[in-house]
Design a protein around this ligand. Sequence first.
Ligand code: KG4
Ligand code: ZN
Length: 417
Amino acid sequence: MEIRAILLTTQRKIILGIESSCDETAAAVVSGGDTILSSIVASQIAIHRKYGGVVPELASREHLRQIVPVVREALEQAGITLQDLDAVAVTRGPGLVGALLVGITYGKVLAKALGKPLIGVNHLEGHVHAVFLEAHAAKLTPPELPAACLIVSGGHTVIYSVKSDQGSADSNGAARPASLGGRSFSSDIKPASSAGVLSPEAPNGAAHFSYERLGGTRDDAAGEAYDKVARLLALGYPGGPVMDQLAQHGNPRAIRFGEPKMKGNVYDFSFSGIKTAVLYHLKRHPELQPEIDARKEALARGERSADALRKLASAATLDLIASFQRAVVDDLVARTIAAAQQNNLRSILVSGGVAANRELRASFEAEAKRHNLAVFFPSRALSTDNAAMIAAAGYPRFVAGQHEDATLNAEPNLPLA
Ligand code: KG4
Ligand code: ZN
């Protein structure tokens, strides 16, 4: 119980985060808004795999099964008890309504039973905070604001500008005290005195951000495009990780996918066209069908590793995968860099499941450097859905006294801005 003793003497506020917006049941304990004490994620991939995507009813049922053990495990790994918590933060949206309701209902009951505040968190704001959590964990200088944040996952592809909030209205739509405005993660998130003791009001980790939506996908999310193309090519679910690996073995210049033709906002994306282009490519190349059938059989036998699937992929298929990835990555990087440059933003934050993609990372690093911008990614564990980011995003709300009551409800389409 050493951790517990330290926490109790430093008075760093401890928040339990709960995340259940899609297909991961997650709970995490975060102290002071910036230090992860535990982060548990129960993935439902194995359940949804055979349907090639998330089945909402199955997701809700699985969240119900997992939520209690996942929270228990998070507390155990953090070395604390329920009584040590200062607040419970839960994802209120966006996401699948039935899935969200499991976490919200559990969070409500827990907070009520403990007599502790309940904090509602926007899932997308969680993804932004994941970048700051990572910077803190890696002892990096935190990203300079204002920043462009690309959130890119199976459910979202959107660019926000992220600023230090000046204190009017916040991203959950509620007014908040101006005294907490203008904070970003900087040296002032460290303990305020040499004894490491914070006053309860100290804005430790209380990075309140404000957001402006600069652009986003008009149809499929980028991760969704990966998953749909992986389905066409019989590469398993989710498609991103395997395609990322296989793309290394193909020629990214072999096939030219035209850029999406879109009028209007230059920071908008569209990925449904490229998925259709892959479909037509396969129709024009029926010789690729036997290997697709062979991979289907391999997947049915449980052989889903990139190595196993690569043995069943011709050079033509590897070229197709590499070219698809190149087109998607180029588009994500170009529009995000343009958004940062044209809006005088100082850094780039990239979060969400697709942020794990190695070519996306390499390309962002290279392009950001060329344009004199710093780029930040969370680790893989913090890129994909997790509850540490929810606890971290809940922290400034907790400090600002933005508590929810029993009327907190799931908001499947909750915008961030
Ligand atoms: O954030 P996440 O775990 O869940 C949500 O969608 O909210 O992201 C999962 C998505 C899937 O579409 C998956 O194919 C994609 O992220 N993904 C990747 C990679 N790893 C995961 N896409 C491309 N490259 C990757 N390495
Ligand atoms: Zn997410």
